[in-house]
Design a protein around this ligand. Sequence first.
Ligand SMILES: [Fe+2]
Ligand SMILES: [Fe+2]
Length: 264
Amino acid sequence: MLIAQISDLHVTPKGRLAYERVDTPGMLKTAVAQLNRIVPRPDLVLITGDLAAHGEVDAYANLREILADLEIRYLVIGGNHDDARNLRAAFSDHGYLSAEGDYIQYAIDDYPLRIVAVDTVVPGQVLGSLCDGRLAWLDRTLTEKPSTPTLLMMHHAPFLTGLAHSDLLCMERVDELEQVVLRHPQIERILCGHVHRAVQVRFGGTFASACPSTAHQSSVDLREHGEDMFTLEPPGFQLHRWHNQRLFSYTLNVGDFEGPFPFH
Ligand SMILES: [Fe+2]
Ligand SMILES: [Fe+2]
């Protein structure tokens, strides 16, 4: 099974730039065209939150228009830039998204890898968290299929990245999450967004991994009080291949590059 992950699309309403500089819709279009060209074609695309720049109805309309060109099934979750109500309305045809309830979270059992998505968003707050209810839901949901290899999908990364800006905006209650994850060794990987850069770290007996953004990346400033900046280096996405009972993850850049050339 081959899964593509894209993240942090931050799509604006038509005619607007994010941060007065970033053409997030145009960049997503380029990423979608590239996903459509991958051979063999991924079975599924996971979109790990921050779909819209500011949760606007018009941004979701623009997003749906762009994603209409994606020729692969995709699943969405929200991020801190999303508005749960507007997101649900825009994706009302996505049956796995409950029409109501406080959180956007679900389990998908259609593939050799089980997908479990948990909602880390606290409305009105940049920082992620999990409440008692969501932690209990996650524990219960993971208990249902203890021997099915599982990808846990969430917007906020449950670890400090060393990037000062990211770490100010990370996630609360990660120790409790880690205890839940430790109880479920079938979790192959925790796939996150929010960081706007590829970062991996051990967490709860598995790997937690953040995906690049299809738009702007957070700059790598590893000083203790690093500055809050982004770059327009080539955007990225990831491919996760389930093969011989192991998950292989590849980080690729979006864009047209020279090659491939023969080695010999
Ligand atoms: Fe983001
Ligand atoms: Fe985010």
